[in-house]
Design a binder for this molecule. Structure first.
Ligand SMILES: Nc1ncnc2c1ncn2[C@@H]1O[C@H](COP(=O)(O)OP(=O)(O)OP(=O)(O)O)[C@@H](O)[C@H]1O
Ligand SMILES: [Mg+2]
Length: 283
C-alpha cells in the first residue's frame, strides 16, 4: 500500500470556484509571425515568421549560431525594438497598441534586463547599484534599500551588499546585476549572454539563480551560446538564420539535459518531447 502523495500544484492556481474548463491562462509572452528586416540594398532579413508562446514561470534558453538573430529577437520580445511584421503580446497586451510612454512604463514595471557586461556603477556599492535600478519605481530610498537587500539575498549576496564592484568577482558582479533586474519584481527577465564573461562555475551559479527566479513565477528568457548552460533550462528554442527550428522541453527529471536537436531534420512544431538521446551527466 502506498501513502497518498500530494498533488503538485500548478504555478498559478485557478481562482477559487472557477471551473477547470475555464479559458486557458494568458501567455506571459506571445509572438505571432514576427519578422524583422533591416533596410539597405539589399535589405537584410534577420527574423522570419517567429511564433511562440511562453507561460508564466517558464525558464528558457534561446540558442543559435552567431548572427542567427538571438539578440534581435530578444529586443523585440522585450519591447526595445519593433518587428517589421507580426505581433508581440505581453500578458495579453499587444505591444503595437502601446504608445512610447506606456511601453517605457511596461519595461520599468514588468521587465528586468541582464547583459553580458554587468553595467554596474563603479562608485556605488552592491545594494546601491540594485536600488539604482528602481529609480523609476517612485519608491522612496528606504523602500528601495529594502527591496535591494531582499534581491541580494535571493542571489546569495547579503554579505557583499556594501562592496563596490571592484571588490567583487565577475560572477558576483553579474549576480548583483541579476539582483538589480529582479528587485522591482518584474514579470519577465531577459538575459543576453549573461554568462559570456564568466568562467564555467560562475556561469552555472548564475544559471541556477535564473532558474530559481523562474521557479518563483517570473518568466526567464536567456540567450546563450553555451550548450551546457542551455541544458540547465527547462525549455530550449533554437534559431537558425532567423527561423525557429526547434522548441524542446526537457523531461521534468530534476536536471538532466534535453536531447540534442537534429539539424534540419527534427520536429520544429514541437509535436512531442524529444526522445531517447541523452548525454551523460557531467556532475
Ligand atoms: N541595426 C542593425 N542594422 C542592420 N543589421 C543588423 C542590425 N542589428 C543586427 N543586424 C544583423 O542582424 C543579424 C542578427 O544579429 P543579432 O545580433 O540578432 O545576432 P545574434 O544571434 O545575437 O548573434 P551573436 O551570437 O553574435 O550575438 C546579424 O547579421 C547582424 O549583422
Ligand atoms: Mg547577440
Amino acid at each position: 500500500m502506498t501513502e497518498s502523495t500530494p498533488i503538485p500544484r500548478p504555478l498559478q492556481d485557478p481562482p477559487a470556484g472557477r471551473a477547470r474548463s475555464a479559458s486557458p491562462p494568458t501567455p506571459r509572452l506571445r509572438l505571432d509571425q514576427v519578422c524583422k528586416t533591416y533596410p539597405g540594398s539589399p535589405p537584410l532579413t534577420v527574423l522570419t515568421r517567429v511564433s511562440l508562446e511562453v507561460m508564466p514561470g517558464e525558464d528558457l534558453a534561446l540558442v543559435g549560431p552567431s548572427g542567427s538573430g538571438k539578440t534581435t529577437l530578444l529586443s523585440i520580445m522585450s519591447s526595445l525594438d519593433r518587428p517589421t511584421a507580426g505581433e508581440v503580446w505581453i500578458d495579453g497586451l499587444k505591444l503595437a497598441d502601446l504608445g512610447p510612454a506606456d511601453q517605457a512604463r511596461l519595461r520599468a514595471e514588468s521587465i528586468g534586463f541582464v547583459f553580458q557586461q554587468f553595467h554596474l556603477l563603479p562608485t556605488l556599492t552592491a545594494w546601491e547599484n540594485v536600488a539604482e535600478g528602481m529609480l523609476y519605481s517612485g519608491w522612496r530610498r528606504r523602500r528601495r534599500r529594502e527591496a535591494a537587500m531582499t534581491a541580494l539575498e535571493r542571489v546569495g549576496l547579503t554579505a557583499r551588499a556594501d562592496h563596490r564592484p571592484s571588490q567583487l568577482s565577475g560572477g558576483e558582479q553579474q549576480r548583483v546585476a541579476l539582483a538589480r533586474a529582479i528587485a522591482g519584481e518584474p514579470r519577465l527577465v531577459f538575459a543576453d549572454e549573461p554568462t559570456g564573461a564568466l568562467d564555467q562555475a560562475a556561469g552555472r551559479r548564475v544559471a541556477d539563480d535564473l532558474r530559481a527566479i523562474a521557479a518563483s513565477g517570473t518568466t526567464v528568457i536567456v540567450v546563450t551560446h553555451n550548450q551546457e548552460l542551455a541544458d540547465r533550462f527547462s525549455r530550449r528554442l533554437s534559431l537558425l538564420d532567423g527561423r525557429l527550428v526547434a522548441d524542446e522541453r526537457r523531461p521534468d527529471d530534476g536536471g538532466r539535459p534535453v536531447a540534442a536537436a537534429e539539424p534540419g531534420g527534427g520536429d520544429p512544431g514541437g509535436g512531442g518531447r524529444p526522445g531517447g538521446e541523452r548525454r551523460p551527466d557531467d556532475g
